[in-house]
Ligand binder design. Sequence first.
Ligand code: HEC
Length: 189
Amino acid sequence: MAERPQDAAVDTGHVYDGIHELDNRLPNWWLLTFWGSIVFAMVYWFLYQSAGILPSHASVFQEEKAAWEAKMLAASVTPEEITALVADPEAVARGAETFTTYCVACHGPDAGGKIGPNLTDKWWIHGGDPVSVYKTVSNGVIEKGMVAWRPTLGDAKVRDVVAYVITLREHPVEGKAPEGKDAEGNAAP
Ligand code: HEC
């Protein structure tokens, strides 16, 4: 009869309820996995975390974040491009639709302002010229609660909604008190 594993095991002398505790020699595949994973973890830690020979998750994240931010800042448009969309009723209509879906919650249905400022007066916190409005809508003002819309909506929709916002400019509706400065740099009353 073949030797059973427990026959070769060391009896620890511990007995509980008539059951003997044996100290079996662990199978090689188990020992290999056990020590192998420890060695792997140490090598991994050394390469990726401690010596920095290979990029850590944190550094990969920082790199991707920097690339994303650079892409955001590179978002650019000329005043002429927006002016052309303002003159295109279809683009303005598309922009109005986007505004109704995404912007009214904070800026109000007539853009008179709620959580966000009134977009219909001539005073702007971040500038009311086409390029400034485009930049505010694209990159947002995260710390004030204005979303960066370009990653969600894409550039084309942002351009259309900016064109729509430009058509609202200086057609003031009742709403939130003016904030910011006008084009001449005078502070809002
Ligand atoms: C979650 C609320 C919220 C939503 C949704 C939102 N905004 Fe805003 N928005 C704000 C806040 C708050 C500010 C003011 C930021 C500040 O004080 O610097 C702002 C500012 C702005 C400004 C700059 C106003 C100025 O005076 O310079 C523009 C333009 C603007 N939003 C357009 C939009 C458009 C277009 C959308 C929809 C695509 C939108 N916002 C959706 C909250 C929002």
